[in-house]
Design a binder for this molecule. Structure first.
Ligand SMILES: [Zn+2]
Length: 142
């Protein structure tokens, strides 16, 4: 009986709440990853559709997702003006970004290792660097 009480005590208070904490943290990371992956895949779909010369852009089932709606609206306006070579370049960048999602490196600046702000990722889903590093790289190029 004593060992039973001890077991239930162990399973009860602290270990369980610690597990709960870890589980909820994991879920947040997984949700972020899933959202990033879906956003990138949506953009990639649009780019590939444009590359194939399809007049109609595929409709996403993501109705109700403001996040994707906004991203898609911006992307559509932008894509309409891109040439085939720019579209192919964009597709490659999006695939690279998807690979970074799989590696858990998405949203982290490849130059300084800082977290890239969600706002920037929303505007530039395939961004591999933070704004500061991007500006530094562009200055170096000129
Ligand atoms: Zn950086």
């Amino acid at each position: 009986m004593r060992s039973l009480a001890k077991t239930s005590q162990l399973a009860g208070v602290r270990p369980a709440s610690r597990q709960g904490f870890l589980a909820s943290k994991m879920t947040v990371i997984e949700m972020k990853t899933t959202a990033a992956k879906r956003m990138l895949e949506t953009h990639l779909d649009l780019v590939l559709a444009r590359l194939q010369g399809e007049a109609d852009v595929p409709k996403t089932e993501a109705a109700g997702s403001d996040f994707l709606d906004v991203a898609q609206g911006v992307e559509l306006q932008e894509l309409a003006h891109l040439t085939a070579s720019r579209l192919a370049e964009r597709a490659k960048r999006l695939r690279d970004a998807l690979a970074r999602v799989a590696d858990g490196e998405y949203g982290v600046c490849s130059e300084c290792g800082a977290a890239i702000p969600p706002k920037r990722l929303l505007a530039v889903p395939d961004a591999a660097t933070c704004v500061a590093c991007q500006e530094r790289l562009e200055l170096a190029r000129h």
